[in-house]
Design a protein. Structure first.
Length: 183
């Protein structure tokens, strides 16, 4: 059973987590192992399996990169620990940005933030339409492979999980925590 089948939603690259939360809580209650304490061993095992699958699915759906990775793996376009050759120019640019982050000061921070935002837009723009309006029935291999390239570039580009701290200013990509600066 796939995560999408479990939630009874169509395969998609961009899941509306807010809309799905009600379904998650209903399924959590339905498959909670405590409700199967008086059932047979097989029913308990099935409930435990579905509860674990539900939690993994929910965690995946809360992160768009993880959702894209999951879909690509389900479609056979991405393998775990697969080596994918990224353009050398892209890798050099990421290296330059990381070097600039090591020596960042208040005068260069806006310029660097702007460059990071620009690079993220350049990565996402070619597949924006695919991600936002993915239709499993009509999406072709070529388009899905483009999504794979973006996922891998994002993996290289975004430092996970460390934040960069300079002079009391903390930079972390896509952080939503109060007091943290978003890239």
């Amino acid at each position: 059973m796939t995560y999408f089948e479990l939630f009874e939603i169509p395969v998609q690259l961009k899941v509306d987590v807010a809309a799905l939360s009600k379904k998650f809580f209903a399924l959590s209650k339905k498959y909670h192992p405590d409700y199967f304490a008086s059932e047979s061993g097989a029913a308990q095992a099935e409930a435990l399996e579905k509860s674990a699958l539900l939690n993994k699915a929910w965690k995946t759906f809360q992160n768009q990169d993880a959702t894209i990775k999951y879909v690509l793996q389900e479609k056979g376009f991405l393998e775990e620990e697969e080596k994918y050759e990224l353009p050398p120019a892209f890798l050099m640019e990421v290296l330059e940005i990381n070097e600039q982050l090591m020596d960042i000061d208040e005068t260069n921070i806006r310029k660097l933030e702007s460059r990071i935002n620009q690079l993220q837009s350049e990565i996402y723009e070619p597949v924006k339409e695919i991600v936002e309006s993915y239709d499993d029935a009509v999406t072709y291999r070529k388009r899905t492979v483009a999504g794979k390239r973006v996922l891998l570039q994002e993996k290289i580009f975004r430092p996970h999980p460390p934040a960069i701290s300079r002079n009391g200013l903390i930079l972390q990509p896509n952080s939503k925590k109060p007091g943290w600066r978003n890239w």
